[in-house]
Design a protein around this ligand. Structure first.
Ligand code: ADP
Length: 442
Protein backbone atom coordinates (compact mmCIF):
# COMPACT_ATOMS: atom_id res chain seq x y z
CA UNK A 1 0.00 0.00 0.00
CA UNK A 2 1.22 3.52 -0.77
CA UNK A 3 2.10 5.47 2.38
CA UNK A 4 1.74 9.06 1.27
CA UNK A 5 0.21 10.62 -1.84
CA UNK A 6 -0.35 14.02 -3.37
CA UNK A 7 -3.73 14.96 -4.78
CA UNK A 8 -3.33 17.02 -7.95
CA UNK A 9 -6.84 18.42 -7.89
CA UNK A 10 -9.28 20.58 -5.95
CA UNK A 11 -12.94 20.77 -4.91
CA UNK A 12 -15.13 17.83 -4.07
CA UNK A 13 -12.95 15.21 -5.76
CA UNK A 14 -9.89 16.24 -3.71
CA UNK A 15 -11.94 15.73 -0.55
CA UNK A 16 -13.34 12.44 -1.85
CA UNK A 17 -9.77 11.15 -2.36
CA UNK A 18 -8.59 12.43 1.03
CA UNK A 19 -11.47 10.53 2.68
CA UNK A 20 -10.50 7.26 1.01
CA UNK A 21 -6.84 7.81 2.01
CA UNK A 22 -7.71 8.51 5.64
CA UNK A 23 -9.68 5.29 5.87
CA UNK A 24 -6.78 3.35 4.35
CA UNK A 25 -4.15 5.02 6.55
CA UNK A 26 -2.48 6.85 3.65
CA UNK A 27 -1.06 10.31 4.38
CA UNK A 28 -2.23 13.09 2.06
CA UNK A 29 -0.80 16.24 0.55
CA UNK A 30 -3.17 18.81 -0.95
CA UNK A 31 -2.05 21.35 -3.50
CA UNK A 32 -3.95 24.59 -3.95
CA UNK A 33 -3.86 27.66 -6.10
CA UNK A 34 -3.89 31.13 -4.56
CA UNK A 35 -7.60 31.33 -5.45
CA UNK A 36 -8.25 28.26 -3.28
CA UNK A 37 -6.52 29.13 -0.02
CA UNK A 38 -9.87 28.85 1.83
CA UNK A 39 -10.82 25.58 0.21
CA UNK A 40 -11.66 22.68 2.47
CA UNK A 41 -9.30 20.20 0.81
CA UNK A 42 -6.36 22.25 2.13
CA UNK A 43 -7.67 21.73 5.67
CA UNK A 44 -8.63 18.06 5.44
CA UNK A 45 -5.29 16.91 3.99
CA UNK A 46 -2.35 16.22 6.29
CA UNK A 47 -0.26 18.81 4.45
CA UNK A 48 -1.04 21.52 1.91
CA UNK A 49 1.24 23.23 -0.59
CA UNK A 50 0.42 26.41 -2.48
CA UNK A 51 1.36 26.06 -6.15
CA UNK A 52 0.80 29.63 -7.28
CA UNK A 53 -1.84 31.81 -8.90
CA UNK A 54 -4.64 30.56 -11.18
CA UNK A 55 -3.58 32.98 -13.95
CA UNK A 56 -2.07 33.68 -16.44
CA UNK A 57 -1.29 29.95 -16.47
CA UNK A 58 -3.47 27.70 -14.31
CA UNK A 59 -1.32 26.33 -11.48
CA UNK A 60 -3.27 23.04 -11.25
CA UNK A 61 -1.96 22.39 -14.77
CA UNK A 62 1.65 23.22 -13.98
CA UNK A 63 3.55 19.94 -14.13
CA UNK A 64 6.85 21.42 -12.80
CA UNK A 65 5.11 22.96 -9.77
CA UNK A 66 3.23 19.79 -8.98
CA UNK A 67 6.40 17.73 -9.25
CA UNK A 68 8.24 20.15 -6.97
CA UNK A 69 5.42 19.76 -4.43
CA UNK A 70 5.82 15.97 -4.70
CA UNK A 71 9.58 16.27 -4.12
CA UNK A 72 9.40 18.55 -1.10
CA UNK A 73 6.68 16.56 0.63
CA UNK A 74 8.22 13.16 -0.15
CA UNK A 75 5.10 11.46 -1.51
CA UNK A 76 5.10 8.07 -3.23
CA UNK A 77 2.25 8.69 -5.62
CA UNK A 78 -0.06 11.23 -7.27
CA UNK A 79 -3.84 10.99 -7.64
CA UNK A 80 -5.01 13.28 -10.46
CA UNK A 81 -8.79 13.10 -9.74
CA UNK A 82 -10.75 14.09 -12.86
CA UNK A 83 -10.21 17.03 -15.21
CA UNK A 84 -6.95 19.02 -15.08
CA UNK A 85 -4.10 16.54 -15.70
CA UNK A 86 -6.06 13.30 -15.19
CA UNK A 87 -5.97 12.22 -18.83
CA UNK A 88 -2.65 13.70 -19.82
CA UNK A 89 -0.32 10.83 -20.77
CA UNK A 90 2.70 13.12 -20.53
CA UNK A 91 1.90 13.93 -16.91
CA UNK A 92 1.48 10.24 -16.07
CA UNK A 93 4.80 9.50 -17.77
CA UNK A 94 6.70 12.33 -16.06
CA UNK A 95 5.34 11.24 -12.66
CA UNK A 96 6.56 7.70 -13.25
CA UNK A 97 9.94 8.87 -14.60
CA UNK A 98 10.44 10.85 -11.42
CA UNK A 99 9.55 7.92 -9.20
CA UNK A 100 6.01 8.98 -8.26
CA UNK A 101 3.32 6.36 -8.88
CA UNK A 102 0.57 7.78 -11.07
CA UNK A 103 -2.72 6.59 -9.55
CA UNK A 104 -4.47 5.79 -12.79
CA UNK A 105 -3.83 3.86 -15.98
CA UNK A 106 -0.42 3.59 -17.63
CA UNK A 107 0.70 6.49 -19.87
CA UNK A 108 0.40 4.10 -22.85
CA UNK A 109 -3.22 3.25 -22.01
CA UNK A 110 -4.14 6.93 -21.50
CA UNK A 111 -2.53 7.73 -24.84
CA UNK A 112 -4.30 4.85 -26.58
CA UNK A 113 -7.78 5.96 -25.50
CA UNK A 114 -7.15 9.73 -25.56
CA UNK A 115 -7.27 9.65 -29.35
CA UNK A 116 -10.95 8.91 -29.91
CA UNK A 117 -10.42 7.45 -33.38
CA UNK A 118 -7.86 5.07 -31.93
CA UNK A 119 -10.29 4.05 -29.17
CA UNK A 120 -12.93 3.41 -31.86
CA UNK A 121 -10.49 1.12 -33.65
CA UNK A 122 -9.79 -0.82 -30.44
CA UNK A 123 -13.54 -1.19 -29.86
CA UNK A 124 -14.07 -2.47 -33.39
CA UNK A 125 -11.28 -4.99 -32.96
CA UNK A 126 -12.94 -6.18 -29.74
CA UNK A 127 -16.12 -6.77 -31.76
CA UNK A 128 -18.08 -3.76 -30.48
CA UNK A 129 -20.23 -1.76 -32.91
CA UNK A 130 -19.12 1.87 -33.16
CA UNK A 131 -21.21 4.83 -34.31
CA UNK A 132 -20.94 4.94 -38.13
CA UNK A 133 -18.34 7.50 -39.15
CA UNK A 134 -14.77 8.15 -40.25
CA UNK A 135 -12.10 5.67 -39.27
CA UNK A 136 -9.55 8.37 -38.57
CA UNK A 137 -9.22 12.13 -38.61
CA UNK A 138 -10.78 13.70 -41.71
CA UNK A 139 -8.33 15.27 -44.10
CA UNK A 140 -10.66 17.13 -46.47
CA UNK A 141 -14.17 18.53 -46.78
CA UNK A 142 -14.80 16.14 -49.70
CA UNK A 143 -14.02 13.17 -47.49
CA UNK A 144 -16.46 14.53 -44.88
CA UNK A 145 -19.11 15.03 -47.57
CA UNK A 146 -18.76 11.42 -48.66
CA UNK A 147 -19.30 10.24 -45.10
CA UNK A 148 -22.31 12.55 -44.77
CA UNK A 149 -23.80 11.10 -47.96
CA UNK A 150 -23.13 7.55 -46.89
CA UNK A 151 -24.66 7.75 -43.40
CA UNK A 152 -27.08 10.65 -43.80
CA UNK A 153 -27.44 13.91 -41.88
CA UNK A 154 -27.18 15.12 -39.17
CA UNK A 155 -23.55 14.30 -38.48
CA UNK A 156 -21.32 15.45 -35.64
CA UNK A 157 -17.76 16.73 -35.99
CA UNK A 158 -15.65 15.91 -32.97
CA UNK A 159 -12.13 16.72 -31.86
CA UNK A 160 -9.98 13.58 -32.00
CA UNK A 161 -8.54 14.52 -28.60
CA UNK A 162 -11.84 15.97 -27.32
CA UNK A 163 -13.34 15.80 -23.86
CA UNK A 164 -15.71 17.56 -21.49
CA UNK A 165 -18.32 18.06 -24.20
CA UNK A 166 -16.06 20.57 -25.99
CA UNK A 167 -14.97 20.62 -29.62
CA UNK A 168 -18.20 19.09 -31.00
CA UNK A 169 -20.40 20.53 -33.77
CA UNK A 170 -23.60 19.14 -35.17
CA UNK A 171 -24.04 19.55 -38.92
CA UNK A 172 -27.48 19.26 -40.50
CA UNK A 173 -26.66 19.45 -44.22
CA UNK A 174 -23.67 19.31 -46.59
CA UNK A 175 -23.70 23.10 -47.09
CA UNK A 176 -22.80 23.66 -43.42
CA UNK A 177 -19.99 21.15 -43.51
CA UNK A 178 -17.05 23.24 -44.65
CA UNK A 179 -17.64 26.08 -42.22
CA UNK A 180 -18.32 23.70 -39.31
CA UNK A 181 -15.11 21.77 -39.96
CA UNK A 182 -13.10 25.01 -39.96
CA UNK A 183 -14.69 26.17 -36.70
CA UNK A 184 -14.38 22.73 -35.07
CA UNK A 185 -10.68 22.53 -36.01
CA UNK A 186 -10.08 25.97 -34.58
CA UNK A 187 -11.88 25.06 -31.35
CA UNK A 188 -10.04 21.75 -31.13
CA UNK A 189 -6.66 23.44 -31.55
CA UNK A 190 -7.50 25.98 -28.86
CA UNK A 191 -8.87 23.49 -26.36
CA UNK A 192 -6.69 20.42 -26.96
CA UNK A 193 -3.62 21.72 -28.83
CA UNK A 194 -4.43 19.48 -31.82
CA UNK A 195 -6.76 20.44 -34.65
CA UNK A 196 -7.57 16.93 -35.87
CA UNK A 197 -11.31 16.22 -36.07
CA UNK A 198 -13.39 13.23 -37.14
CA UNK A 199 -16.99 12.75 -38.12
CA UNK A 200 -19.79 10.51 -36.84
CA UNK A 201 -23.45 10.02 -37.59
CA UNK A 202 -25.38 12.12 -35.06
CA UNK A 203 -27.89 9.93 -33.22
CA UNK A 204 -30.98 12.03 -32.56
CA UNK A 205 -32.54 10.43 -29.48
CA UNK A 206 -29.98 8.14 -27.85
CA UNK A 207 -29.53 7.14 -24.24
CA UNK A 208 -26.04 7.55 -22.77
CA UNK A 209 -25.10 4.34 -20.96
CA UNK A 210 -21.64 3.69 -19.55
CA UNK A 211 -19.91 0.76 -17.90
CA UNK A 212 -17.63 1.18 -14.87
CA UNK A 213 -14.47 -0.89 -15.01
CA UNK A 214 -11.90 -1.81 -12.38
CA UNK A 215 -8.69 -3.42 -13.57
CA UNK A 216 -5.59 -4.39 -11.62
CA UNK A 217 -2.05 -4.60 -12.98
CA UNK A 218 -2.28 -8.39 -13.42
CA UNK A 219 -4.89 -8.48 -16.20
CA UNK A 220 -7.85 -8.96 -13.89
CA UNK A 221 -10.72 -6.80 -15.11
CA UNK A 222 -14.25 -6.58 -13.72
CA UNK A 223 -17.24 -4.38 -14.56
CA UNK A 224 -19.38 -2.81 -11.84
CA UNK A 225 -22.66 -2.50 -13.69
CA UNK A 226 -23.70 0.49 -15.76
CA UNK A 227 -24.79 4.07 -15.26
CA UNK A 228 -27.32 5.97 -17.26
CA UNK A 229 -26.25 9.58 -17.90
CA UNK A 230 -28.84 10.70 -20.45
CA UNK A 231 -29.92 13.82 -18.59
CA UNK A 232 -27.51 16.29 -20.14
CA UNK A 233 -27.37 19.95 -21.03
CA UNK A 234 -25.21 20.84 -24.02
CA UNK A 235 -23.66 17.36 -23.93
CA UNK A 236 -22.69 17.77 -20.27
CA UNK A 237 -24.13 15.34 -17.76
CA UNK A 238 -26.45 16.71 -15.07
CA UNK A 239 -28.16 13.68 -13.52
CA UNK A 240 -26.83 10.14 -13.49
CA UNK A 241 -28.24 6.93 -12.14
CA UNK A 242 -27.47 3.27 -11.62
CA UNK A 243 -28.74 0.92 -12.83
CA UNK A 244 -30.19 2.24 -16.09
CA UNK A 245 -34.00 2.06 -16.14
CA UNK A 246 -33.89 1.52 -19.89
CA UNK A 247 -32.02 -1.73 -20.53
CA UNK A 248 -32.64 -5.43 -20.06
CA UNK A 249 -30.40 -7.73 -18.03
CA UNK A 250 -29.27 -9.40 -21.28
CA UNK A 251 -28.23 -6.02 -22.70
CA UNK A 252 -26.47 -5.24 -19.41
CA UNK A 253 -24.46 -8.45 -19.52
CA UNK A 254 -23.55 -7.88 -23.14
CA UNK A 255 -22.18 -4.35 -22.75
CA UNK A 256 -20.41 -5.39 -19.54
CA UNK A 257 -18.60 -8.15 -21.37
CA UNK A 258 -17.83 -5.89 -24.32
CA UNK A 259 -16.41 -3.22 -22.01
CA UNK A 260 -14.14 -5.75 -20.34
CA UNK A 261 -13.02 -7.05 -23.75
CA UNK A 262 -11.99 -3.61 -25.03
CA UNK A 263 -10.13 -2.82 -21.80
CA UNK A 264 -8.25 -6.13 -22.10
CA UNK A 265 -7.35 -5.22 -25.68
CA UNK A 266 -5.90 -1.92 -24.49
CA UNK A 267 -4.05 -3.43 -21.53
CA UNK A 268 -5.90 -1.12 -19.17
CA UNK A 269 -5.43 -0.92 -15.39
CA UNK A 270 -7.07 1.22 -12.64
CA UNK A 271 -10.63 2.58 -12.76
CA UNK A 272 -12.07 3.53 -16.14
CA UNK A 273 -15.32 3.87 -18.02
CA UNK A 274 -16.48 2.59 -21.38
CA UNK A 275 -19.24 4.81 -22.77
CA UNK A 276 -21.99 3.76 -25.18
CA UNK A 277 -24.92 5.40 -26.89
CA UNK A 278 -28.10 3.31 -27.14
CA UNK A 279 -30.64 3.98 -29.89
CA UNK A 280 -33.41 1.71 -31.20
CA UNK A 281 -32.06 -1.16 -29.12
CA UNK A 282 -28.60 -0.87 -30.68
CA UNK A 283 -25.56 -0.10 -28.55
CA UNK A 284 -22.70 1.85 -30.10
CA UNK A 285 -19.31 2.43 -28.54
CA UNK A 286 -18.75 6.14 -27.84
CA UNK A 287 -15.43 6.52 -26.00
CA UNK A 288 -13.32 5.47 -23.03
CA UNK A 289 -12.63 7.73 -20.07
CA UNK A 290 -9.29 6.85 -18.54
CA UNK A 291 -10.01 8.18 -15.06
CA UNK A 292 -12.47 8.19 -12.22
CA UNK A 293 -15.64 10.02 -13.24
CA UNK A 294 -17.75 12.64 -11.49
CA UNK A 295 -20.63 10.17 -11.41
CA UNK A 296 -18.73 7.26 -9.82
CA UNK A 297 -20.69 7.47 -6.51
CA UNK A 298 -23.90 6.01 -7.98
CA UNK A 299 -21.96 2.85 -8.83
CA UNK A 300 -20.46 2.78 -5.34
CA UNK A 301 -23.93 2.99 -3.81
CA UNK A 302 -25.35 0.04 -5.75
CA UNK A 303 -22.25 -2.20 -5.54
CA UNK A 304 -20.89 -1.30 -2.10
CA UNK A 305 -17.43 -0.96 -3.69
CA UNK A 306 -15.34 2.14 -2.93
CA UNK A 307 -13.88 2.91 -6.36
CA UNK A 308 -11.24 5.36 -5.08
CA UNK A 309 -9.97 2.90 -2.47
CA UNK A 310 -9.74 0.27 -5.19
CA UNK A 311 -7.73 2.67 -7.37
CA UNK A 312 -5.36 3.26 -4.47
CA UNK A 313 -4.99 -0.47 -3.79
CA UNK A 314 -4.37 -1.19 -7.48
CA UNK A 315 -1.72 1.55 -7.65
CA UNK A 316 -0.11 0.02 -4.56
CA UNK A 317 0.38 -3.19 -6.56
CA UNK A 318 -2.47 -5.21 -5.04
CA UNK A 319 -4.59 -7.67 -6.96
CA UNK A 320 -8.37 -7.21 -7.08
CA UNK A 321 -9.84 -9.09 -4.12
CA UNK A 322 -13.05 -9.94 -5.96
CA UNK A 323 -14.02 -11.29 -9.31
CA UNK A 324 -17.02 -10.80 -11.54
CA UNK A 325 -19.28 -13.25 -9.74
CA UNK A 326 -18.74 -11.38 -6.44
CA UNK A 327 -20.23 -8.20 -7.85
CA UNK A 328 -23.92 -7.70 -7.18
CA UNK A 329 -26.04 -4.71 -8.02
CA UNK A 330 -28.48 -3.87 -5.23
CA UNK A 331 -31.00 -1.03 -5.10
CA UNK A 332 -30.96 2.19 -7.06
CA UNK A 333 -28.89 5.39 -6.89
CA UNK A 334 -29.33 8.82 -8.48
CA UNK A 335 -26.86 11.73 -8.50
CA UNK A 336 -27.68 15.39 -9.14
CA UNK A 337 -24.74 17.62 -10.02
CA UNK A 338 -25.39 20.86 -8.18
CA UNK A 339 -23.71 23.76 -9.96
CA UNK A 340 -23.26 27.39 -8.90
CA UNK A 341 -25.16 28.64 -11.95
CA UNK A 342 -28.34 30.56 -12.54
CA UNK A 343 -30.82 28.25 -14.30
CA UNK A 344 -33.12 31.22 -14.95
CA UNK A 345 -30.40 33.16 -16.71
CA UNK A 346 -28.97 30.76 -19.27
CA UNK A 347 -26.98 28.91 -16.58
CA UNK A 348 -24.42 31.68 -16.22
CA UNK A 349 -21.90 30.89 -13.48
CA UNK A 350 -22.78 32.32 -10.09
CA UNK A 351 -19.58 32.43 -8.03
CA UNK A 352 -19.45 34.38 -4.77
CA UNK A 353 -19.99 34.02 -1.04
CA UNK A 354 -22.30 31.39 0.39
CA UNK A 355 -24.15 33.34 3.08
CA UNK A 356 -25.74 30.34 4.71
CA UNK A 357 -25.92 26.65 4.00
CA UNK A 358 -27.86 23.57 5.03
CA UNK A 359 -26.68 20.24 3.63
CA UNK A 360 -29.35 17.50 3.63
CA UNK A 361 -28.90 14.16 5.34
CA UNK A 362 -31.01 11.26 6.53
CA UNK A 363 -31.17 7.66 5.39
CA UNK A 364 -30.15 7.17 1.78
CA UNK A 365 -28.53 10.60 1.29
CA UNK A 366 -24.87 11.23 0.44
CA UNK A 367 -23.43 14.65 -0.35
CA UNK A 368 -19.93 14.96 -1.80
CA UNK A 369 -18.99 18.61 -1.59
CA UNK A 370 -16.31 21.11 -0.68
CA UNK A 371 -18.61 24.01 0.17
CA UNK A 372 -19.38 25.32 3.65
CA UNK A 373 -21.20 28.30 5.15
CA UNK A 374 -19.42 31.58 4.28
CA UNK A 375 -17.18 29.84 1.73
CA UNK A 376 -16.40 32.09 -1.21
CA UNK A 377 -16.66 30.22 -4.50
CA UNK A 378 -13.82 31.51 -6.70
CA UNK A 379 -14.74 32.46 -10.29
CA UNK A 380 -11.76 30.59 -11.74
CA UNK A 381 -13.04 27.04 -11.81
CA UNK A 382 -15.73 24.60 -12.82
CA UNK A 383 -19.10 25.48 -11.30
CA UNK A 384 -19.74 22.08 -9.67
CA UNK A 385 -20.28 22.75 -5.95
CA UNK A 386 -21.87 19.53 -4.73
CA UNK A 387 -23.03 16.10 -5.77
CA UNK A 388 -26.25 15.03 -4.13
CA UNK A 389 -26.59 11.27 -4.24
CA UNK A 390 -29.62 9.30 -3.10
CA UNK A 391 -29.92 5.57 -2.58
CA UNK A 392 -33.15 3.59 -2.32
CA UNK A 393 -34.18 -0.03 -2.59
CA UNK A 394 -36.12 0.76 -5.74
CA UNK A 395 -35.97 3.56 -8.32
CA UNK A 396 -39.26 4.96 -7.02
CA UNK A 397 -37.91 5.09 -3.45
CA UNK A 398 -34.71 6.67 -4.66
CA UNK A 399 -36.67 9.38 -6.49
CA UNK A 400 -38.68 10.11 -3.33
CA UNK A 401 -35.45 10.41 -1.32
CA UNK A 402 -33.68 12.71 -3.78
CA UNK A 403 -36.77 14.88 -4.08
CA UNK A 404 -36.92 15.22 -0.30
CA UNK A 405 -33.17 15.92 -0.09
CA UNK A 406 -33.30 18.57 -2.85
CA UNK A 407 -36.03 20.38 -0.91
CA UNK A 408 -33.81 20.44 2.20
CA UNK A 409 -30.67 21.62 0.39
CA UNK A 410 -30.50 25.32 1.24
CA UNK A 411 -27.80 27.51 -0.28
CA UNK A 412 -28.11 31.27 0.23
CA UNK A 413 -26.01 33.98 -1.41
CA UNK A 414 -25.51 32.42 -4.83
CA UNK A 415 -27.69 30.86 -7.52
CA UNK A 416 -27.65 27.09 -7.87
CA UNK A 417 -29.16 24.50 -10.19
CA UNK A 418 -31.20 22.95 -7.34
CA UNK A 419 -34.58 24.28 -8.66
CA UNK A 420 -33.72 22.96 -12.11
CA UNK A 421 -33.03 19.50 -10.69
CA UNK A 422 -36.33 19.63 -8.82
CA UNK A 423 -38.19 20.28 -12.06
CA UNK A 424 -36.51 17.34 -13.81
CA UNK A 425 -37.12 14.93 -10.94
CA UNK A 426 -40.81 15.95 -10.96
CA UNK A 427 -41.16 15.36 -14.71
CA UNK A 428 -43.38 12.36 -15.48
CA UNK A 429 -41.04 11.26 -18.26
CA UNK A 430 -38.14 11.12 -15.79
CA UNK A 431 -40.28 9.17 -13.33
CA UNK A 432 -41.15 6.67 -16.04
CA UNK A 433 -37.46 6.33 -16.94
CA UNK A 434 -38.20 7.63 -20.41
CA UNK A 435 -34.81 9.27 -20.95
CA UNK A 436 -32.66 10.43 -23.83
CA UNK A 437 -29.85 12.93 -24.26
CA UNK A 438 -32.21 15.68 -25.50
CA UNK A 439 -34.63 15.26 -22.59
CA UNK A 440 -33.93 18.80 -21.36
CA UNK A 441 -34.45 20.53 -24.71
CA UNK A 442 -37.57 18.51 -25.56
P1 ADP B 1 -16.78 14.25 -24.38
O1 ADP B 1 -15.61 13.32 -24.32
O2 ADP B 1 -16.42 15.62 -24.81
O3 ADP B 1 -17.64 14.20 -23.15
P2 ADP B 1 -18.41 12.31 -25.79
O4 ADP B 1 -17.95 11.70 -27.04
O5 ADP B 1 -18.30 11.49 -24.53
O6 ADP B 1 -17.68 13.72 -25.57
O7 ADP B 1 -19.93 12.77 -25.94
C1 ADP B 1 -20.59 13.52 -24.95
C2 ADP B 1 -22.07 13.56 -25.27
O8 ADP B 1 -22.26 14.15 -26.58
C3 ADP B 1 -22.77 12.21 -25.35
O9 ADP B 1 -23.19 11.73 -24.11
C4 ADP B 1 -23.93 12.52 -26.28
O10 ADP B 1 -24.97 13.19 -25.60
C5 ADP B 1 -23.31 13.51 -27.25
N1 ADP B 1 -22.79 12.81 -28.45
C6 ADP B 1 -21.51 12.55 -28.76
N2 ADP B 1 -21.42 11.90 -29.94
C7 ADP B 1 -22.67 11.73 -30.39
C8 ADP B 1 -23.27 11.14 -31.56
N3 ADP B 1 -22.53 10.59 -32.50
N4 ADP B 1 -24.61 11.17 -31.67
C9 ADP B 1 -25.39 11.73 -30.72
N5 ADP B 1 -24.91 12.31 -29.60
C10 ADP B 1 -23.57 12.32 -29.44
Amino acid sequence: MLKKILIANRGEIAIRIIRACKELGIETVAIYSEADSNSLHTKFADEAVCIGPPAPKESYLSIPRILSACEVTGVEGVHPGYGFLAENPKFAEICEENGFKFIGPSPEAIFAVGDKTNARESAKKAGIPVIPGSNSGISSVDEAKKIGEEFGYPVIIKAVLGGGGRGMRIVNNPEELEKSITVAKHEAKGAFGEEKVYIEKYLEKPRHIEVQILADEYNNIVWLGERECSIQRRHQKLIEEAPSPGITSEQREKIGEQAVAVMHAIGYSSAGTVEFLLEDNNFYFLEINARVQVEHPVTEMVTGIDIIKEQLRIAGGEKLKFNQKDIHIKGHAIECRINAEDPNNNFIPSPGKIESLYIPGGLGVRVDTHIYGEYKIPPNYDSLIAKLIAYGETRAQCIAIIERALSEFLVDGIHTTIPFHQSIIKDERFRRGDLHTHFIQS
